[in-house]
Design a protein around this ligand. Structure first.
Ligand SMILES: NC(=O)c1ccc[n+]([C@@H]2O[C@H](COP(=O)([O-])OP(=O)(O)OC[C@H]3O[C@@H](n4cnc5c(N)ncnc54)[C@H](OP(=O)(O)O)[C@@H]3O)[C@@H](O)[C@H]2O)c1
Length: 171
């Protein structure tokens, strides 16, 4: 039985997640949630996410970076060329697997028929950007938890959603 995949993302109503290689907002409560939730975990992420997240290899995180740039490998940082390879490595390691983006990695993960949990911070705004989370709302999810919050700029909802998979024979 493969491990449960945890996807973690903050996404605007128009599915924007990034702009110019950065987050399109500054939401301290969500950033803390992301740091806390991923600490100590196996973090599968793309090269841009890795290069723009200074703490990716700190707080006992074990990053697996997907890139052709093998030179990014260093102590505690694994590098691989595809999501499939990253997940093979992650299965062999102890601990939870968190999928931290970006766009293509989320797309490929959501297309997998395997157990997954989406930790979604839904930012209740349409935000300009150039990087998107794939459409998820049409997929069958079971809501595990929901918490509303806000700061001076945004209203947002912390959601944990479990993907409901059809029985193996029906896939
Ligand atoms: N709001 C959020 O929760 C959230 C989460 C994550 C990211 N973001 C935002 O999203 C943006 C970064 O995401 P991004 O999609 O632009 O970049 P990314 O996925 O972090 O990095 C892109 C690079 O990673 C490699 N890569 C990614 N997917 C791959 C795949 N499936 N197979 C092989 N290689 C792959 C390639 O590296 P090489 O070119 O080196 O081969 C590609 O050029 C930033 O703006 C960031 O702030 C936001």
């Amino acid at each position: 039985m493969p491990k449960l995949l945890h996807l973690i993302v903050a996404c605007a109503e128009n599915r924007v997640i990034g702009r110019g290689g950065k987050l399109p907002w500054r939401i301290p409560e969500d950033f803390k949630f992301f740091q806390d939730e991923t600490a100590g975990k196996i973090c599968v992420l793309g090269r841009v996410c890795f290069e723009t997240w200074p703490r990716a290899a700190q707080d006992s995180r074990r990053p697996i970076v997907i890139t052709q740039k093998r030179s990014l490998a260093s102590a505690g940082v694994r590098v691989t060329g595809s999501l499939t390879e990253a997940l093979t490595i992650a299965e062999e390691l102890p601990g939870e697997i968190h999928i931290c983006g970006g766009q293509r990695i989320y797309e490929e993960t959501l297309a997998l028929a395997r157990p997954m949990r989406l930790h979604l911070t839904l930012v209740h705004a349409d935000v300009p950007g150039d990087t998107y989370f794939p459409e998820w709302r049409h997929l069958p999810w079971r809501e595990r938890s929901r918490r509303e919050s806000a700061d001076e700029n945004y209203r947002y909802t912390f959601l944990a959603l479990d993907r409901e998979l059809p029985p193996a024979g029906a896939r």
